[in-house]
Each structure stands twice: as structure tokens, then as C-alpha cells.
Design a binder for this molecule. Sequence first.
Ligand code: NDP
Ligand code: HEM
Length: 486
Amino acid sequence: MDENQNKKILTTDAGIPVADNQNSLTAGPRGPLLMQDFYLIEKIAHFNRERIPERVVHAKGSGAYGIFTVTNDITQYTKAKLFSQVGKQTEVLVRFSTVAGERGAADAERDVRGFALKFYTEEGNWDLVGNNTPVFFVRDPLKFSDFIRTQKRNPKTNLRNPTAMWDFWSLLPESLHQVTILFSDRGLPASYRHMNGYGSHTFSFINTNNQRFWVKFHLKTLQGIRNLTNEQAAKIIGEDRESFQRDLFYAIEQGNYPRWRFFVQIMPEADAQKTPYNPFDLTKVWPHQDYPLIEVGIIELNHNSENYFAEIEQVAFAPSNVVPGISLSPDKMLQARILSYTDAHRYRLGVNYESLPVNCPHVTGKHTYHRDGLMRFDGNDGGSVNYEPNSFGGPVANPQYQEPPLKIFGDADRYDHRVDNDDYTQAGNLFRLLPEDSKQRLFGNIADSMKGVPQFIIERQLAHFAKADQAYAEGVAQRMYEKINT
Ligand code: NDP
Ligand code: HEM
């Protein structure tokens, strides 16, 4: 019996049966190829176009689907339907990532981790595009691309460049808080399952009475925090560059579903005028003592994607995807991200990226007047009316989704937010809460990273450590001295 008789017949992209997938069409058995071998040409041409631009940051990542379940009632703060009832479940997709490395970079590198969530809610998709840190390196989006350049490769040597990193950080002390996290134990997690996630920015909640609250989002791992030392990571990378992908994928395949407890911190709208720190400053946390964590629910990841490229590489998260009851804030970093992500997606995936199965709203569907554009691979809304207002039953806006007005005040200007801004207390608070052995590893990690950095930059940075805590500067200096003498 022919072993192929029950298999589908191989076709070209046009569905034409292929007679031979092993031998190209040639003039004679030893002769050159014939142009007429359109199937060969199709294979070569398609292959040449298989790669799309990688994400300019967060290029290396891993993802999975899961469920968000509400465990506590927060309807007094938000009318978002996904929080409307204890026990309510919403499908989520998570993509974890490293920031600086390219798509082929090793997973176990010291770097901030991305922690991006898409909630497929009944009022559209909510994307919480966070990190595993509650703060960030810069507080003004004008400095984002400069910062990222210091993390990427030197234009001449094509090597990662610690001098650029420490030059930039030492010239921009607002980075000190995040730098302290990066070089602490949590700057190198053992896996994506063993780290926390944070929305980082201040967002807003709006309740059914149209009251606004400021809110921060936290996800605490239920696997426990686990980290790697630089030495452990170097050994892992020597054996396995995909250690985080492997860990996440097989944990889920084996039914060992990772879970995070989801919390919010809530600040009444008027408090924003009273806090000693700017609550919209991304380099600052809200102390738990002032704004305690309120539990909201549990996220469990329970199935892998079927196709990595279609679902994880093509997923597009945007901080501008907020659903009724959840909204933005005056944080200028967040404001810039509202533009940046959708712009990046249109470049990386094309203008119709929101129609891709992983990105489209799974529960609601979408009802827009956008039409046409490159790769309009669905029905393009057929013959339905494509302008508004119209007399033919097209979708209409509904004022029930109007947010309460937000008071804006002040003259339009470029305000220097570095004057009288305390970049040191919170970084120092973090340093002081670390146990002694963690402090020692922090000193060692920083000293390692500063190898080869010019002395004047090191001294400038040591002065910042000293302002956070004298013991911080002394610990790092001591380690540097030991390294020079060993
Ligand atoms: P708390 O003592 O209430 O909280 C300390 C926080 O620090 C906990 O959330 C803890 O996370 C976290 N933490 C412990 N080790 C590290 C580390 N190596 N890297 C990052 N976070 C770590 O104090 P406060 O709320 O007053 O904050 C004090 C400092 O803690 C802040 O300046 C900030 O640096 C850091 N922090 C604060 C957060 C906040 O939202 N208030 C969030 C995360 C960090 P866990 O509970 O998971 O162990
Ligand atoms: C990815 C810009 C700050 C978390 C990206 C991408 C861009 C970008 C262009 C690639 C998007 C894509 O191609 O799909 C910016 C800008 C920032 C900023 C301009 C500041 C002004 C932040 C902050 C966080 C963050 C503060 C976390 C709190 C992420 C994550 C991803 C990402 C998690 C990867 C998302 C994914 O998995 O697809 N960022 N970013 N970014 N960013 Fe940012």
C-alpha cells in the first residue's frame, strides 16, 4: 500500500498540487535551473521574507495564555467589567521578555524583565505592559532612546558598553533607584515564573459614580522569588541560552501552572496634590505604608501557544489599550508610551496588526470605520457602511463611556523636573531593607559591571550611592578596591 495515500497533497501557495518537492527543474540531469520552476522560486522568495523586524527593545521573549480570576471586590474603585464580580474569569496572554538583548540573546542575563499582559475583556482588550520592577531608569520620555542606546551595542566595537551605561546613569541620578534594583538579587531572576510584575506607572480607575482614583498594579509570584548570582547565570548560559523559555514552556506543558497574586494600590484623586513626592514620577514607588496593597485576583498561566511566531512574536501590547473603568494618568512616560507602541506595531507588523488572531478582541470583536491597508487579510468589513454619521446602521459612539474631566493647570513650558527632586531616599530605602548578604552581592555586581569604566565616571557614580546611603558607596568602593588588588 502507498504510505502517502491518506496524506494531504502538498500544494503551492495558490493551492496547485506539487509533483516533486525534492528535485528542482533543470535542463538535463546536470544542467542549470529553469526559470519555469515557479515552485522553487516561491520557496526561496517566501523564505527570504520570513523574518520581520524584531522589537526595538524587549526582542527576546516567551509567552503563554491563562486565566485571571477575581478574588476580591474592588467595584468601589472601578467599573471595569473584568473586575465586576468575585469569581469572574478573563482570558489573558502574557509575554515576558528581556529588554536589551536581540531575539537570539541568552535568557539568563542581568536585565530588567518585561511582564506584559493582555486581558481579553468583554469591553475590549486591556494591555498592562509592565516590567518586573516598580520603577524605571528615567522619568522623561525625551531620555528613553538615549537610555536604550547605552544598553545596546557600541556603534564602533559592536559590543555592549558598560562605560556608556555608567556614564549615562551617573549623569542622570533619577536612574539610581532602578539601577539599585537591577544590580540587586532581583536584577537576575532564576526564571520568569519566579519574579514579580509591576504596572510601574500610575494609572487611573473610574467607578460607576464617575469618581477617579489613581492606581498602581502589582503581581506577586506565588512560586516565590528566586534569583541567580552572576556566576550561576554564566554557567547556565554556557549550557542553555533559552533557559527561561524552556522553564516556562515545560512547566506549563507538565501542568505545573505558574500563578501570580494581583494587587492594586489606590490613591484618592485629591491626594496627588498632597504627597511629598510626585505620584506620577516613574522613578518613585508609593510606600506600602501610605497606600497598602489590596488584593484583586489571581493570574494562572495554563496553556502554551500552538505557534510561537503567530501568537508570541506577533502579539502587540499597547499601554493605550485601556478599557472603560481603567485609564491613563499625567505620568509623562506613560503619555509617551501611548504614542510609541502603536507606532512601533504599525512598523513591525503593519497597519492591520489589530486584526491578527492574537491581537483582535476575542470577546467583543471590533466595530470600526477603518478599512483597507496593507495585509487586510479578513473580509475588510464587506459592504458595510464605511463613514459616520450615516443612515445605514453603522456603529456609533456612546457617551456612557465618557471619563470625568481631568483638571489640568499650569503654563505650557519645559519644566526642569530634576530641580529639588529627591532621587536618593527611595533608592536608599531599598538598599537599607536588603539583608546583609544581598548587600554584599549588590556591591559585587556593581563592581563587576564597572570593570574598565573610567575612574571619573566611577567617582561620579559613587557620589550618588553615598547620597542614598554612605554604606552603599563604601561597600561598592571596597569591592572595587579588592578587585583592583586581586
Ligand atoms: P516595604 O517594606 O513595605 O516594601 C518593600 C518592598 O521591597 C517589597 O515590595 C519587596 O517585595 C520589595 N523588595 C525586596 N527586595 C527587593 C529587591 N531586591 N528589589 C526590588 N524590590 C525588592 O517598603 P516601602 O513600600 O516603603 O518601599 C521601600 C522600598 O522598597 C522602596 O523604596 C522600593 O525601592 C522598594 N519597593 C517598594 C515597592 C512599593 O510599591 N512600595 C514595590 C517594590 C519594591 P516583596 O514583598 O515581593 O518581597
Ligand atoms: C516594548 C517603547 C518604557 C515595558 C517596547 C517597544 C517600544 C517601547 C517601541 C516595542 C514594541 C513592539 O515592537 O511591539 C517604550 C518607550 C518608553 C518605554 C518610548 C518610555 C517612554 C517602558 C516602561 C515599561 C516598558 C516604563 C514597563 C513599565 C515594555 C515591555 C515591552 C516593551 C514589557 C515588550 C512588550 C511585548 O512583550 O511585546 N517599548 N517603552 N516600557 N516595553 Fe517599552
